[in-house]
Design a protein around this ligand. Structure first.
Ligand SMILES: Cc1ncc(COP(=O)(O)O)c(C=O)c1O
Length: 466
């Protein structure tokens, strides 16, 4: 028997303080919008497209407001956000400092031409130089992650005078044509031929080692393989290697500890630029500013978005090392966007970063992340449908299998549906369920969601074992 769920309580109070939301004082509970829940859904479906889906059968949640680790729908249902929306609301929902900074900046100057100098843009550029590793120094601002990657490869091509880009198969770099060409997963195929010059290589995916090794027998064929691909493709034709700091969407793949450092050496040997895509893995998700900080590596370029503003205002960034920045002192940077350096977005980013530091949010990601790891190991022990669990900081995934011997993947959709019905909002990919809540989550809140996952695994997934 399913126990009564505890999260779908109609709430009008802040989870932490118990104070009524100001918005609830103005609007009666469940009446946050002029339209009904059904009207909101119908309008959205009739007049707007949703991502990566055949549109007909979609059932979007009509979201009205949010606070901390929870968000609410137009029926007054409260959801625990175990996905940080799209792995971006790292600071939690509606952080007062960030909301206030946006309000203040909006009152003063929302936008100035990308050719103008503004205070938030300059201060944010300086801050990024301080928090990124090594001599990463100068930033080109974009609107999001895909645009950041598009501009990073242009910069790499201009700087090196070379054309080819190496990327991994199990990767996602964005939905614009160039970013999709670098993306390795199934979403690239319908867009091909997207952008010439991209070559893919295999991943350091230890649970399903593409070279057939186990952790005990491994001798880093995955690293040797990269060098072999470089030799075949012509080292002097390769501008850059792009990799996610820790692979996100494609299954939460954490590389062995020497992987990033040894790829750094290989890139140096051949004059190839190393790009770390930190769109998802940055901003404390792994407990550090950027995932590469876990291995003390300085990439030549970091691309990022998402957690830079926690999604409050769209913003992306391409941050380059000093030598690359200097090159463009007397070479034209053939890149431009109307919203390069958007004042409102830069102010939101500055406030988000301040909140990360002042509230010690990454420390929380590390300490609560330790508890998360222990709980995930417990789920693996208890449930035969869990083949592997992977976690670093507050970045974690549960890989579902029908059989632990054959590792046949088990689709995560039934578990996702169960969790959403029970008001735990999750994100996943094929047979991997992610646990990626806001970094501000408490152990208690984390346990609420993990207990529901535990229940869903018993009720639905373990029964599919073959
Ligand atoms: C690693 C990575 N790179 C790039 C992107 C694309 O970012 P955006 O959707 O902001 O264009 C994403 C989005 O999820 C991502 O996870």
């Amino acid at each position: 028997m399913r126990r009564p769920h505890f999260l779908s309580v109609v709430e009008g109070r802040a989870a932490n303080t118990g104070e009524p939301f100001p918005a609830f004082a103005a609007h009666k509970r469940g009446n946050m919008t002029k339209l009904t829940a059904q009207e909101i859904v119908d309008l959205n479906k009739e007049y707007t497209f949703f991502s990566w889906s055949a549109q007909g059968a979609l059932k979007p949640i009509p979201v009205t407001h949010a606070e901390g680790v929870y968000f609410y729908d137009a029926n007054g249902k409260r959801y625990l956000d175990f996905a940080s929306q799209l792995v971006n609301t790292n600071v939690g929902h509606q952080h007062p400092k960030v909301v206030k900074a946006i309000q203040d900046q909006a009152a003063q100057l929302t936008f100035a031409s990308p050719s103008a100098a503004t205070e938030p843009r300059g201060l944010l550029g300086k801050k990024l130089a301080e928090i990124t590793p090594g001599d990463l120094k100068k930033t080109f601002f974009t609107l999001g992650g895909a645009e950041a990657n598009e501009n990073a490869i242009k910069i790499a091509r201009f700087y090196t005078g070379r054309n080819k880009i190496l990327a991994r198969y199990r990767s996602y770099h964005g939905a614009t044509h160039g970013a999709l060409a670098m993306t390795g997963d199934y979403r690239r195929l319908p867009a091909e031929p997207a952008m010439p010059g991209v070559v893919h290589f295999l991943d350091p995916y230890c649970y399903r080692c593409p070279f057939g090794w186990t952790k005990e027998t491994c001798h880093r064929e995955c690293i040797k393989h990269v060098e072999e691909v470089i030799q075949y493709e012509g080292p002097d034709q390769i501008a850059a290697i792009i990799m996610e700091g820790v692979t996100g969407t494609n299954g939460l793949i954490i590389p062995p500890d020497d992987y990033w450092p040894r790829l750094r050496e290989i890139c140096d040997r051949y004059g190839i630029l190393l790009i770390s895509d930190e769109v998802m893995s940055g901003w404390g998700r792994t407990g550090e500013w950027f995932a590469v900080d876990n291995w003390n590596v300085t990439p030549d370029i970091i691309t990022t978005a998402k957690g830079i503003t926690s999604g409050y205002v769209p913003l992306g960034a391409v941050i380059v090392r000093e030598k690359i920045a200097k090159y463009f002192d007397d070479h034209v940077l053939y890149a431009g966007l109307t919203y390069n350096g958007h004042a409102l977005a830069c102010a939101a980013a500055l406030a988000t970063i301040e909140a990360y530091e002042e509230d010690k949010i990454f420390e929380n990601a590390k300490t609560v992340g330790k508890h998360l790891g222990e709980r995930l190991e417990g789920l693996k022990k208890a449930h035969p449908s869990v083949g592997d669990v992977r976690y670093i900081g507050m970045f974690s995934g549960i890989e579902l299998v029908k059989n632990r011997e054959t590792k046949e993947p088990m689709d995560y959709t039934p578990l996702k549906n169960f969790l959403v019905e029970n008001c735990v909002y999750v994100f996943g990919f094929k047979n991997v369920l992610f646990v990626v809540p806001p970094l501000t989550i408490t152990e208690e809140q984390l346990d609420e969601g993990l207990n529901m996952i535990d229940e869903g695994l018993s009720e639905l997934m373990d029964k599919q074992i073959v």
